[in-house]
Design a binder for this molecule. Structure first.
Ligand code: NI
Length: 171
């Protein structure tokens, strides 16, 4: 078990390019997935993307049960949103923006194509909170943060809070 430090907003690794995984026998993959899940559960959070622990690869995990139901763990490797429909605005947070939640508009339903940890290609359909989590993590892998999905008013509000905490040395 390894709980890693979570990279916060302002760190260039959060917006760097994330390389697709090309070899599923990559000896570092099992450890990366374990660290993502351990760190996500400990935070606690519903999902975590590799760049959030400083690894710029297209790998993320989602677990709406936050470690209480292993059957709900979803590994997303090289995920792509292939279909999306509807829009819902709801409160959303991000472990790279501790203690901040804001209203963010996301698709109500999405379909992803992604590989699992064994290298099997899967088509994943999701609605509501799971759709939101998928979109949030795919955005991370595209170097896009949830503040970019907010209205400019709310984005400004969040960034002022971040700046204040940075000045206080509390970020
Ligand atoms: Ni996030």
């Amino acid at each position: 078990m390894a709980i890693r430090d979570i990279v916060k907003y302002g760190d260039p690794r959060l917006v760097a390019r994330n390389e697709p995984l090309v070899a599923f026998d990559d000896p570092e993959l099992p450890g990366l997935l374990r660290d993502l899940l351990d760190t996500c559960r400990a935070a606690p959070g519903l999902g975590l993307a590799a760049p959030q622990i400083g690894v710029n690869k297209r790998v993320a995990v989602v677990d709406l049960s936050v470690g209480t139901d292993p059957s709900q763990v979803i590994v997303l490797i090289n995920p792509v949103v292939v279909d999306a429909a509807g829009l819902i605005r709801d409160e959303e947070g991000c472990l790279s923006f501790p203690d901040i939640t804001e209203l963010v508009e996301r698709p109500e339903r999405v379909t992803l194509e992604a590989f699992d940890e064994k290298g099997l290609r899967r088509t994943l359909d999701a609605t509501d909170l799971l759709a939101r989590a998928f979109c949030h993590e795919v955005d991370h892998l595209d170097g896009r943060l949830f503040i970019e999905r907010m209205s400019s008013l709310k984005r400004g509000f969040v960034l002022r809070r971040v700046l204040k905490r940075q000045r206080q040395g509390a970020w």
